[in-house]
Design a protein around this ligand. Structure first.
Ligand code: GLP
Length: 251
């Protein structure tokens, strides 16, 4: 079941997402949270940090599972997803670092690291909430358009559209890695609840594909149609290509 909810701005989306996560953590302190990187969740992480500092939201028993990491970037690299998560969230809340999980980007054996990550995912309870962004080509995590879906965590060659889209974060665009380790769609679908965040006109095409009636590995986010509980929080710009009848009601 998918539900598109259009909100006024990114701050409202961040608060609504934090409300869902907080509701879970209030009655399940040891919940697993599935987390994402990219610009879309940044305000949501700020809101979690604020609730931790001002309202005592407790992360001491939480485990986190991130979606993905670039291959070839060590955790000290400012564009690694480990650095991003430490900076935006983990160093600012009371979660023990050993309870935060992200594939190891500096590995010399990405396939073995993907297998280790898959085993780790399976060793933890399903995520209470999985946060997702969406790529302009419809990717989720780094599950890129492909002839078939990959269920397990895997190493993936990034599409040129993804490398170009992510180059804006790097001082030198030539430094953008061309491969990554990502949770597979099986790991994503394991979550009890999925919240996808999409802001801005660049996401309008991908969201419109998600509202279509088909599941297609060439637009990986369409797999979300088979999940029982997916909410898409988006702004007007990202919703611009959605058929009106798709907004607000469960699909
Ligand atoms: C990267 C990440 C995705 C993310 C996407 C969108 O490719 N691997 O998980 O959803 O970027 O990023 P943004 O939120 O910056 O648009």
């Amino acid at each position: 079941m998918l539900q598109f909810i259009v909100m006024e701005d990114a701050a409202s989306i961040a608060r609504a997402t934090a409300d869902r996560v907080e509701a879970k953590l209030r009655d399940q302190k040891e919940a697993v949270l599935g987390l994402a990187t990219g610009s879309s969740p940044i305000l949501f992480y700020e809101e979690l940090v604020r609730r931790h500092r001002e309202e005592g939201l407790d992360f001491s028993k939480v485990h986190t599972l991130n979606l993905d990491e670039y291959v070839g970037l060590c955790k000290e690299h400012p564009q690694s997803y480990r650095f991003f998560m430490n900076h935006h969230l983990f160093s600012k809340i009371n979660i023990p670092m050993e309870q935060t999980h992200i594939p190891e980007g500096s590995t010399l054996d990405p396939q073995a690291e993907a297998a280790r990550y898959e085993a780790l995912i399976r060793s933890l309870p399903p995520a209470a909430v999985q946060i997702l962004g969406i790529g302009t080509n419809g990717h989720i995590g780094f599950n890129e358009p492909a002839p078939v879906f990959s269920l397990a965590a895997h190493e993936v060659a990034l599409k040129s559209a993804t490398v170009e889209a992510n180059a804006r974060f790097f001082e030198d665009p030539a430094q953008v890695p061309h491969s990554a380790i990502t949770m597979g769609v099986g790991g994503i679908l394991r979550a009890e609840q999925i919240i996808l965040l999409a802001m801005g006109p660049a996401k309008a095409w991908a969201l419109a594909q998600l509202a279509g009636a088909f599941v297609d590995p060439k637009i990986p986010a369409t797999i979300l149609r088979v999940h029982p509980h997916v909410t898409i929080f988006c702004d007007e710009a990202a919703a611009a290509k959605l058929p009106k009848e798709c907004i607000g009601r469960p699909l």
